[in-house]
Design a protein around this ligand. Structure first.
Ligand code: ADP
Ligand code: MG
Length: 343
């Protein structure tokens, strides 16, 4: 081996950011997720997303949150810079979605990124352009309060990652699913989504989950919704499930929000499906939109940087509670239906 290879050296900042980008930024949908979460953390009640070519060409997320102070924007694009935690223990009492301070640095390092932001107490906004994480341009401009981030040419400088992108339609589907989940998790936020110039989704932002479901999925599902609302020793369950008349042949319509984060968890899935077991044929899955609020001590969101899969302690117990509640809700619902029929 050449002596050069053996030499231990700290990697340049750009390379470090690109490596960590591999964890955070897998595809357009993960960029959308990170940017939306930042917008939510910034207190936005209006978030617009636009993509072209499945996000391979362009991803834009605009919000009306508090914005970033002009002299803090560059800092926000450094790794491990965050306004959200100060010490490790803060992770356990987190009220924000972000905390790693990695997203902006990572995304910028593998794209051409333009940020426009105006902080709430400042008169003017700032526009900064980055390419591969390097600052290219900075100017002041008249802007509304809030932040707009445009990401172009994702992975233009990391060919190995670029190669793994799927065709535009597939990427767009993932993006759409992500926005759907966020819109369901935050009924008080007005989401809109445009793909290749045409509007695909819009939610009213009136704080009503049922009306979000109506706007996203239409009358058929809306009219079959059953309200769920219960609390037990370790968790509170709220939201809607669809009556067993409407089913799907995949799990894509099983939505779970744990302390308001869209999440995937085996115990929740199995609990729901066992609650429905009397009603569903093999290969059919229910539609559920369920908020679980639970003591964060019982959850571990930190299993992976993209925070989609979560782990529970006392998972078995949680699974049984969910199964029981679903079964109960369906039983009552079937009961009211027979009452009506008998009248
Ligand atoms: P994290 O969200 O983990 O803190 P990010 O890299 O996603 O890390 O963002 C870094 C910082 O930039 C945030 O802590 C926040 O202060 C600021 N920021 C990012 N996006 C926005 C936004 N849309 N509105 C206001 N501030 C933002
Ligand atoms: Mg973030």
């Amino acid at each position: 081996m050449s002596s050069k290879k053996n030499e231990i050296k700290k990697l340049p900042r750009q390379v470090r950011n690109q490596i960590s980008a591999g964890e955070v930024v897998k595809r357009p949908a993960s960029v959308v997720k990170e940017l939306i979460e930042n917008s939510i953390d910034a207190g936005a009640d209006k978030i617009s997303v636009e993509i072209t070519e499945g996000g391979r060409e362009k991803i834009m997320v605009r919000d009306n949150g508090i914005g970033i102070p002009s002299d803090k924007i560059e800092e926000a694009f450094e790794r491990y810079t965050t306004s959200k935690i100060r010490e490790i223990d803060d992770i356990h009492s987190l009220e924000t979605l972000g905390f790693r301070g990695e997203a902006l640095a990572s995304i910028a390092s593998v794209s051409r990124l333009k940020i426009k932001s105006r902080y709430q107490s400042e008169k003017k906004g700032t526009i900064i352009k980055f390419a591969g994480g390097e600052k290219k341009e900075r100017k002041t401009a008249g802007l509304p309060v809030g932040t707009e981030i445009e990401v172009r040419d994702l992975f233009f400088n990391t060919p190995a990652r670029f190669k793994h992108l799927k065709k535009s339609a597939t990427e767009a589907k993932q993006v759409s699913r992500r926005i759907t989940a966020e819109a369901l998790a935050y009924p008080e936020i007005n989401f809109s989504y445009e793909n290749d110039g045409s509007e695909r989704m819009k939610t009213p932002g009136d704080g009503n989950l049922k009306s979000v479901i109506f706007h996203l999925f239409g009358e058929e599902i809306y009219s079959e919704l059953i309200k769920v609302n219960s609390s037990s020793k370790i968790l509170e369950l709220s939201g809607f499930i669809a009556g067993p008349k409407v089913t799907r042949s995949s799990r894509r319509y099983e939505f779970f929000f744990i302390n308001r984060r869209p999440a995937i968890n085996g115990n929740l899935r199995k609990g729901v499906e066992s609650g429905y077991s009397e009603y569903l044929n093999k290969g059919k899955y229910p539609l559920v939109f369920l908020n679980i609020s639970i003591n964060p001590i019982l959850t571990d969101f930190n299993v992976h940087p993209n925070k989609k899969k979560i782990k529970f302690s006392r998972g078995q117990e949680i699974r049984e509670i969910i199964a029981g509640e679903i079964e109960e809700a369906l039983k009552n619902y079937e009961g009211t239906k027979t009452d009506i029929n008998q009248k």
